[in-house]
Write a protein that binds this ligand. Structure first.
Ligand code: UD1
Ligand code: UDP
Length: 356
């Protein structure tokens, strides 16, 4: 049996990989894990390995933070000898981070086929580093696991039609796998956090486009601070410098949360305000109104179904959206699959490995 080498490095990739790894194991595939080290704080990395029982990576590149060129370039250099040593039958990458691009590029250059989970997502905004990473990765991948019909169409529009599989979204698999466990693990979480279901707004901000516009980002924070709701803000390290010295009364700035805690805080929020990709979908899954601090989204189904509103970094539009949000009558879970994407992915990779 040929080996699959998975390359991950950032928070959401640990969550996705935890969900998919279990299915790869069940399919009898031998998965070797590489952590690039793009995220390295304990609460951005270790906590997910521990909580989600993700195997300890066989290789840790220790890349850390830096410019796009530094992160991608160093990962490329470090990955080459590992790929040579392991000689996997395929390389698996997730999403659109610098770790994704480095993983895909190093494998493709060594003629190792690449499998891309979350293929075909587009914001059509090439100012976003993630958009460049996604396009490049999709165009060198051998197997493209697209979460939605829209993603399949996006790929077709770029001439990519072979080996494209509409799987559903692996984040739904993660919710299906871990929600009950999260509830058991933290029965009194809201109480411990000094709040109640429906009494707070959950806020996350971490995108480069957000922190690159500090004045607007701060005006959004100040606008939220005027609301009668408590605002819970688990602070991504990219946001830390921006909030330092701000005197916010109602915005509770806390350390990044574990995945279990995050699911529970999302589920009971009055509303979620975010610029995160994963959090937009989780809000829709839980039927919690979402307001997205971006001008566009890759997850357009959340907007089309009425569960998500895009306001960019406009405080006025944000406050209006929160005040006037009308929940649609239909839930929107079905757009992102039935929480079984991992089995389709494992099946395709197993068949490919048998064929080799
Ligand atoms: C990265 C991804 C983004 C993804 C996000 C998930 C790219 C281009 N961006 O953004 O698509 O949505 O991860 O969270 O790959 N830092 C720490 N400790 C850490 C990690 C980061 O302090 O463990 C700080 C450093 O100052 C660093 C900054 O956060 O410069 C940004 O980290 P980086 O990995 O470059 O990008 P993210 O914003 O995390
Ligand atoms: N998340 C988490 N703790 C936090 C913030 C987010 O576990 O403090 C989870 C969140 O529930 C989702 C994923 O991390 O599953 C989203 O990651 P992030 O927002 O960093 O990146 P994106 O999805 O935008 O790439």
């Amino acid at each position: 049996m040929k080996k699959i080498l998975t390359i991950i490095g950032a928070r959401p990739q640990f969550i996705k990989a935890a969900a998919v790894s279990s299915a790869l194991r069940q399919a009898g595939l031998n998965e070797i894990l590489v952590h690039t080290g793009q995220h390295y704080d304990a609460n951005m990395s270790d906590i997910f390995f521990d909580q989600l029982n993700l195997q300890t990576p066989q290789y840790h590149l220790g890349i850390g933070s830096g410019s796009h060129g530094y992160q991608t370039g160093r990962a490329l250099m470090e990955l080459e000898p590992i790929l040579e040593e392991v000689a996997p039958g395929g390389v698996l990458v997730y999403g659109d981070t610098n770790s994704t691009l480095a993983g895909a590029l190093s494998a493709a250059k060594m003629h190792i086929p690449v499998a891309h989970i979350e293929a075909g997502l587009r914001s059509f905004n090439r100012q976003m580093p993630e958009e460049i990473n996604r396009i490049m990765t999709d165009h060198i991948a051998q197997w493209l696991f697209a979460p939605t019909h829209t993603a399949v169409e996006n790929l077709a529009a770029e001439g990519i039609i072979q080996h494209v599989f509409q799987t559903g979204d692996v984040m739904m698999d993660a919710i299906a796998l871990y929600l009950e466990e999260a509830r058991k693990h933290y029965p009194g979480l809201l109480n411990d956090m000094g709040t109640k279901a429906g009494n707070y707004i959950l806020l996350t901000m971490h995108r480069a486009e957000t922190t690159a516009r500090p004045d607007q980002a701060i005006s959004v924070l100040k606008a939220l601070d005027t609301l009668k709701f408590k605002v819970i803000l688990p602070v991504h390290p990219r946001l830390r410098p921006l909030i330092q010295g701000l005197h916010l009364k109602n915005v509770d700035c806390i350390d990044p949360l574990s995945y279990f805690e995050m699911l529970l805080i999302e589920e009971s929020a009055y509303c979620i305000v975010t610029d995160s990709g994963g959090v937009q979908k989780e809000a829709a899954f839980f039927g919690v109104p979402c307001v997205t601090l971006r001008a566009e989204t890759e997850w357009i189904e959340t907007v089309e179904s009425g569960w998500n509103q895009l306001v960019d970094l406009s405080p006025e539009a944000l406050l209006k959206a929160i005040e006037c949000f009308k929940k649609p009558e239909t839930p929107m879970r079905e757009y992102y699959g039935n929480g079984k994407a991992r089995y389709i992915i494992a099946d395709v990779l197993k068949n490919a490995s048998n064929a080799n």
